[in-house]
Design a protein around this ligand. Structure first.
Ligand code: SAH
Length: 188
């Protein structure tokens, strides 16, 4: 069966992330992706995870603690647009994942935004390893969502094909605006 964008994002991460890697969860939310990444990089790896909401950081911390995965994670209650100040520019990043939108069952006004998403992407690209991937799962049904989708689409489309492969994955016959996945892969 064809899988959801969310499920496919996990497949794309599992294919490349290895023990000892440094990776980024740009939007912690409830910490599902942070936990997956922490498992994949193991105790010798490092996951940098960002979210602006305390609720998200607490939920993620709790989840990781239960799974004994806290040791290999750095949880930051700050926007992913600060990534360039947190992660040294000499660090090689294997993968990064974004879930864009608002935190389900929480304040729908706290949403990711085009300019900060762009800033995070700009800090990530030079740190991304050859064959490394940035995955964006874009929810866009809410107010402000269309602008963000448009930014991500335009940003991805202008990346030079000599340096990057860019993919979109989307169900085009479903109701209720299911998320659209983008994957940027750095060429070797
Ligand atoms: N809609 C998705 C989840 C999106 S969660 C789903 O249904 O699964 C998006 C998260 O991004 C929220 O937890 C929100 O607090 C967080 N966020 C908003 N702005 C951010 C920023 N600048 N940096 C990092 N996280 C941010």
């Amino acid at each position: 069966m064809l899988t959801t964008a969310l499920h496919f994002s996990h497949t794309l991460l599992k294919e490349i992330v290895q023990v000892g890697d440094t990776v980024v969860d740009a939007t912690m939310g409830n910490g599902h992706d942070t936990a997956l990444l922490a498992e994949l990089v193991g105790r010798t790896g490092q996951v940098y995870a960002f979210d602006v909401q305390e609720q998200a950081v607490q939920a993620t911390k709790h989840r990781l603690h239960e799974l004994h995965l806290l040791g290999q994670t750095t949880l930051l209650q700050q926007g992913h647009e600060t990534l360039g100040q947190v992660i040294p520019d000499t660090t090689d990043i294997r993968a990064a994942v974004f879930n864009l939108g608002y935190l389900p069952k929480s304040d729908k006004h706290i949403i990711t935004k085009p300019d900060t998403t762009k800033k995070a992407l700009e800090a990530l690209l030079p740190r991304l390893r050859p064959k490394g991937r940035i995955i964006l799962v874009v929810y866009y049904g809410h107010e402000g969502g269309a602008d963000e989708l448009s930014l991500v689409n335009d940003y991805c489309q202008q990346l030079p094909q000599e340096a990057y492969n860019v993919l979109t994955y989307q169900f085009i016959n479903q109701r209720n605006q299911p998320p659209i996945l983008f994957c940027i892969e750095k060429k070797p």
